[in-house]
Design a protein. Structure first.
Length: 563
């Protein structure tokens, strides 16, 4: 029987590709759509709109300022912001200067932020001074007291030895607060930009032209459910390929107006939301924080047609007083769409194509397109995308398994990370250059991947393998369910027992028998959890990127059931 190794078509044969560097991408979309609206931001004090030309000019201005601060090819620039206009000009400006953007989550704890700043070796930090009630200046000063006394651009910290310039942006989530930390070390956004006024444009042009597709382009950090986040270093082409690719994979048409309720410091949002908008000549619509009632109003007024979020966010929209009275008929491309389809004005048969990918592969590594028939998809996660190669191995021996046999998924290709910062190549890749994902599944004779989730999270019960993702995709549709997660806990006779955990909407009562009856209509009997637990919101512990902390949840479930 043939081995489980599947190749995508060559990258050079993929339609729709353009420049494969970050500065080249921005230059190309600006040349195509210069006068069109590119980015719209709704902040607490109004609406601001940038054209493609404006985005280019603002990014170029950031690049000149960064160069004045000593940033050059390969330098790392930390961006710790909520979704706002300056996030994109900082990202593209870093690329134009030849630098590497470092995505820092505003959800990071102090301990996590200390690790991120130290591990990233960023020389410049551009940060939101305040996001809602959180004063990030004070957080930074608590981590490094010298921040309170150092002069602007003169920080000399043993804890963060690479960091010199710290730039504080005024909040877009509310007016400035007098009690926020004021430190001489903090440069204002305007004073930062002023540094670059005397930098010749030819220097920016030379640096951006020196960037190659395989140079480093951006640094992301994993969610860190069990340890401190890992730094994942990506190439320039990883960004550009996915920006060009997502419109094709999603089968979008025309100028897409996209929105997300999640941060650009996560790879899926910066690639999918930006790519489907800017690669089509559309616009990215930004809200710095997730305000459900305002989200509905913005969708209606901006005629948004691409919506990216998670089921628990759509559940919050349904709770709003203006849910049923808002016109959402512009929506066509909706991720995790089942709850949104219950709105009377939403009429679409588009579905997000099933894909497999990780932060290490800069999102999708396998897929078909959204227009692919159900018969061709056949319940799979598609085939390797152009340039990618997938193999399935025995996780214990590393030997490639025969087609149809389950094992660990391994991937390599043009959007695969350069590696983990601070780790040797052999800690990230096998001897053939594949990344071992830790996910389980198999491929069929057509080359389609059937992804079954994390090897550590697949539930093995009564001799059968159950994917909690499959269960949760149905369970979240139960009326009144706000957040769901299925986990497996040890069981004397079954090996593991599946337990469905549900956080209901406020005031909603959910009965275990009703859940079981609901699932019986949609899942095979062996996939239905043996038990269900109704939990409070705070009991469903999540990481900074919204993922449930599975280990903590398993422990809670085991304790609750034993009691």
């Amino acid at each position: 029987m043939s081995q489980s190794i599947v190749h995508g078509i060559p990258l050079k044969d993929e339609p729709g590709m353009g420049s494969l560097t970050i500065p080249g991408y921005l230059r190309e979309v600006t040349s195509r759509y210069a006068k069109s609206e590119a980015v719209v931001m709704y902040s607490y004090d109004g609406v601001e709109r940038w054209t493609y030309e404006t985005l280019w000019q603002k990014s170029f201005e950031v690049a000149k300022a960064l160069i004045a601060c000593g940033v050059g090819k390969g330098s790392r620039v930390g961006i710790m912001m909520t979704n706002r206009l300056e996030y994109l000009s900082a990202l593209f400006g870093t690329g134009l200067a030849g630098g590497v953007s470092v995505a820092l989550s505003t959800f990071s704890t102090s301990a996590e932020l200390e690790h991120l700043l130290s591990a990233s070796e960023a020389s410049v930090l551009l940060f939101d001074g305040r996001v809602l009630k959180k004063d990030f200046g004070a957080v930074l000063a608590d981590l490094e007291p010298q921040i309170k006394t150092a002069a602007a651009g003169q920080l000399k910290s043993a804890k963060f030895p690479s960091l010199r310039h710290i730039v504080r942006l005024d909040s877009v989530t509310g007016p400035n607060v007098e009690d926020d930390l004021k430190a001489a070390c903090f440069e204002t956004w305007n004073s930062f930009l002023a540094k670059g006024r005397d930098v010749p444009e030819t220097i920016v042009d030379a640096l951006s032209a020196s960037v190659t597709p395989t140079d480093a382009g951006g640094l992301f950090f994993s969610s860190g459910t069990t340890s401190l986040p890992k730094g994942i270093l990506h190439t320039q082409q990883a960004f550009a390929i996915q920006w060009w690719r997502w419109p094709r994979v999603m089968s979008v048409e025309g100028h897409v107006r996209s929105w997300t309720g999640n941060g650009f410091f996560w790879s899926a949002n910066i690639t999918m939301v930006v790519g489907v908008a800017l690669s089509t000549g559309g616009a990215v619509i930004i809200q710095p924080v997730f305000d459900p009632e305002e989200v509905l109003t913005v969708i209606q007024s901006e005629r948004i047609n691409f919506l990216m979020g998670r089921p628990h966010q759509w559940a919050r929209l349904q709770e709003c007083a203006n849910w049923s009275t808002t016109d959402l008929s512009s929506l066509h491309y909706i991720t995790n769409s089942a709850l949104m389809l219950t709105h009377p004005t939403v009429k679409t048969d588009w579905r997000l194509p099933m894909t497999f990918g990780t932060t290490e592969t800069m999102t999708a590594a396998t897929s078909y397109t959204a227009k692919t028939s159900d018969e061709q998809y056949a319940g799979s996660a598609g085939v390797p995308l152009p340039g990618n190669t997938l193999k399935v191995i025995d996780p214990m021996t590393g030997v490639v398994v025969p087609i149809g046999e389950r094992g660990e998924l391994c991937i390599k290709g043009p959007t695969l990370m350069k590696g983990y910062i601070g780790k040797k190549p052999e800690e990230a890749f096998d001897s053939e250059g594949y990344y071992r994902t830790g996910d389980g599944g198999y491929v069929d004779e057509v080359g389609r991947l059937y992804w079954e989730g994390r090897l550590t999270e697949i539930i093995k019960t009564g001799g059968a393998n159950i994917s909690p993702l499959e269960i949760d995709a149905v369970l979240v549709l139960y009326p009144g369910a706000k957040r769901v997660q299925t986990v497996g806990i040890p069981h004397d006779t079954l090996g593991e027992m599946a337990v469905g955990c549900i956080v209901p909407h406020d005031g909603v009562q959910i009965a275990e028998d009703d859940l079981r009856a609901f699932l019986k209509e949609k899942l095979a009997s062996f996939k239905i959890p043996r038990r269900f637990l109704i939990l409070d919101e705070e009991e469903m512990a999540v990481t900074g990127n919204g993922k449930v902390k599975s280990d903590e949840l398993r422990k809670l479930v085991a304790e609750r059931l034993s009691a």
